[in-house]
Design a protein around this ligand. Sequence first.
Ligand code: F6P
Length: 546
Amino acid sequence: MPTVHIDQTSQWGALRDHAEEVKPRHLRDLFAQDPDRATRMTVPAGDLHLDFSKHRATAVTMSLLADLAAEAQVQERFAAMLRGERLNVTEDRAVLHTALRQPAGTSLHVDGQDVIGDVQGVLGRMEHFCRRVHSGDWRGATGERIRSVVNIGIGGSDLGPAMAYEALRAYGDRRVACHFVSNVDGDDIAENLIGLEPASTLFVVASKTFTTLETMTNAATAKSWITTALGDGAVARHFVAVSTNAEAVADFGIDIEQMFGFWDWVGGRYSVDSAIGLSLMLGIGPEHFRAFLDGFHQIDRHTATAPAEVNAPLQMALLGVWYRNFFGWQSHAVLPYCQELSRFPAYLQQLDMESNGKQVHLDGTPLDIDTGPIVWGTAGTNGQHAYYQLLHQGTTIVPADLLGFGRPVHDDLGGHHDLLMANLFAQGEALAFGRPAETVRAAGIPAELVPHRTFPGNRPTTTILAPRLTPSVLGQLIALYEHKVFFQGALWGINSFDQWGVELGKVLAQQIVPELAAEAGAVMSHDPSTNALIERYRTLRDHPPD
Ligand code: F6P
């Protein structure tokens, strides 16, 4: 498929003109003129219910955006991804995370190989292993049952399982507790190991490449923690690996019989539903993990089959492009009204920003338009007491997703959930409709305070509701955002599946490591600022102030 330079199309020009008509209009007027928009602009997808009506978009806007999507052939590209075409052109790889959740009994042949058979084979091995750990058939070197699982990974080999475990741990029977170590900062592993017993701890070393500096450093520390306590022979009972690199796993000292594999067509940030989810499966059990996969698959089907106007990820993608490129808004907040989803925004940061933080088209030519937004957020209601002031009255506008559920994960302790959801609805309403100066004045507020207490409104949100945060619903939410990111990348004509932008920092860090060990005053070849900072660090480290 040829690279589309979307800003050269007539559809782009039409949207640019149309944006000038829409910008002066307030959501108050859009609702007044079109009272049915809440019904018309609500889209179901699996168990999710998405209300797009609080967006600064009219029926004409949505139709022009759909034209843009058609011109960029984004749905055709999605179908090509599902077929296993090598969309990741800079790494010459297929992009097939959707195969990870395709049901058993189906097939998908890529390069003559049935990838679904392979996927189901690994899933079966993971399930068998989990059942052995849970039943006590798999024990530590001294015969103790495994009670603690420590996942060692970073980026996609950490954020997915860590986020999903926090979201779903209530579904496990708590036979094992999972911990997640990612940072090369030794304080991360040191703190996580406090209170754990080597004899009952299993390490899952998760790394696609099995070369990542942070993960290999933490894995070596964990190995020495185990062998110091239990002897060299204990590694076999206390370490398993998740990787695509069998040779490096064996070199580390883990028998490849204890390795759970995946494939180069699974990108790190798209891997929580591969063997990278092993710690999650150990935490919530194989049945819940299957339900999680089924949730992804429901949204994969929706995305592949729903027409553009009711295709939830596509609508999200189009509205994101509308604001990023035609309003110039740089960031996007994801605000889950759900404590269990407090790590979801961090997960989405990698998914979205590592995928679409790109500066060139697929064909290498520079982009003249903006690409991925800055994604951020925390769980509501905590954010309300921190940064919502800026969302309501700041000079920049941040479109936001508000996520909420009909019921909490735990039994409601008495009124909490209604209070939580009342806040979600209140925020969406306040952001959209604000509080005009006349209303403030009419409430008897002194004239000098009226400007301070006025809320401009006209700040767009998508509200996403689901019955409850279950394993299936979490899978649905992740797939929803995965495909939103896909469609945006397809619209911008970029490669959403490579991440060359992380390389330079890694290379420079490797150069600096030996320099930190060198004697004070040793010659360094960096810029004057970096040289001076390294020198200062060496002094602080070697001659700390009293
Ligand atoms: O940050 C770059 C990156 O390559 C991510 O894309 C990936 O998820 C992470 O590092 C970890 O990589 P690995 O699983 O190979 O250790």
